[in-house]
Design a protein around this ligand. Structure first.
Ligand code: AMP
Ligand code: MG
Length: 399
């Protein structure tokens, strides 16, 4: 059986490539940009007033002119005005083009306006209150690099340079497959030997958080049904996330069905708890990546965050951030397994401190909602209070 480190490296050695698509700007939030973006003109495209007031030729101030006749108004959105007489001024609004022959803007707060004249009440600096043409980015500069995640800030830049359609990384198609005869639908009343399905709902929601939609399929514990269902999903999806049916049980058919269907096993089983019977592989023919998680909700949840999310991020060319947190109590890992322990991480005096959450094993679903992540402990290792350990977040620590 391989170690967590080996399994993690193998997962990242087998990244997916989903290609690129062109989508309307309104659909780009959260997507990965797949083209460099250049300034299509100077930013700002003209000398622009940053205050409401008057535009003047500074020479007037040098000649001692303090009272200037107002010759007109330059509003934001109006074409360039011209100052004809250098001893006069033009009223100007924020965002308006600086009139020709002017070089300085004086804000209303530093003026007195009376009978069509503006009087300068404060010292004036040549060139003040002007956002110079091209001073942010000259035309042709790369303003966004390919490969970054698009957020609200990038959407503003894309809009400014006129990108109505944007090339982004294509989102993979995903199928979530649950397995097990004991499972019934959420709206069913389970018989004493049955339970309601939860993993597919959890996984679908987790994928939604990544902006990904998915289809769900359920397979009974029957070999033929398993084989035909898996054969079908391989043809249709880039990624298949399965839960259950990969352990040593009599009805855990997935590993042999995967083999029958020619899905290449990268590994099966990792020295870890929870989530040990994790099966990971790839179907070369259909280019489908298969993550088969053991069915215990805690195992599925941990493996999704420990392996699938980093795989997804790296497949998109993004970096998944690894952070450490501080233990608020000493912990012993006396097993020869890598342990993922549920914790609640809180900020204490500016540091991230992990509080262990007592869980009742990997089948304990409710304790997952009290945690905001897992800490990772090495096999056979004791940790003192205050020790730093890797943290795998399962929700935002800061809202
Ligand atoms: P398995 O990995 O199929 O042996 O399942 C391990 C445990 O997880 C069993 O108790 C199952 O009933 C439970 N389980 C499997 N799949 C799901 C699911 N989709 N939702 C909730 N529990 C599940
Ligand atoms: Mg099962």
């Amino acid at each position: 059986m391989i170690s967590f480190e080996q399994a993690y490296d193998l997962v990242l050695d087998n990244l997916g490539d989903f290609g690129e698509v062109v989508v309307p700007l309104a659909k780009t939030n959260g997507r990965v940009l797949a083209e460099p973006i250049y300034a299509d003109r100077d930013f700002p495209p003209f000398d622009r007033a940053t205050k409401d007031g008057i535009a003047i030729a500074y020479g007037a101030v040098q000649r001692g002119k303090l009272e200037l006749k107002i010759e007109g108004v330059a509003a934001a959105g109006s074409p360039e005005k011209v100052l004809v007489n250098p001893d006069t001024c033009i009223e100007i609004m924020t965002g308006a083009m600086l009139p020709k022959n002017t070089d300085t803007v004086v804000m209303y707060e530093h003026l007195t306006l009376k009978d069509g004249f503006a009087t300068l009440e404060k010292p004036v600096k040549k060139g003040q209150n002007i956002h110079g043409r091209g001073s942010d980015e000259p035309e042709g500069t790369m303003v966004l690099q390919a490969g970054i995640r698009i957020t609200a800030a990038e959407i503003g830049v894309l809009a400014s340079v006129g990108k109505a359609m944007v090339k982004v990384k294509r989102n993979p198609s995903l199928c979530i497959v649950s397995t097990g005869d004991e499972l019934v639908a959420v709206d069913a009343v389970p018989l004493p030997h049955q339970i309601r399905k939860s993993n597919s709902h959890t996984l679908r929601a987790a994928l939604q958080d990544q902006g990904l939609s998915s289809t769900t399929v359920h397979i009974a514990d029957d070999k033929e049904a398993t084989e035909s269902a898996i054969r079908e999903v391989l043809q249709q999806y880039d990624i298949v996330l399965l839960s259950g049916g990969v352990s040593k049980g009599k009805y855990d058919y997935l590993p042999e069905v995967f083999e029958t269907l020619g899905i290449e096993k990268v590994f099966h089983k990792v020295r870890q708890r929870p989530g040990k019977p994790f099966w990971f592989g790839k179907h070369e023919k259909s280019k489908t990546t298969v993550f088969a998680f053991p069915g215990n909700p805690g195992s599925t949840f941990a493996n999704y965050h420990v392996y699938f999310l980093p795989w997804l991020f790296h497949s998109f060319g993004l970096i998944s951030n690894n952070i450490n947190v501080e233990l608020n109590e000493s912990i012993e890992n006396t097993t020869d397994l890598t342990r993922f322990m549920r914790v609640n991480v809180a900020i204490f005096k500016g540091r991230l401190v992990a509080h262990l959450i007592e869980g009742n094993g990997s089948g304990d679903l409710t304790s997952l909602s009290k945690a905001n992540g897992f800490i990772r402990l090495k096999p056979n290792q004791n940790y003192d209070k205050g020790a730093e350990v890797p943290f795998i977040a399962t929700r935002k620590i800061l809202e």
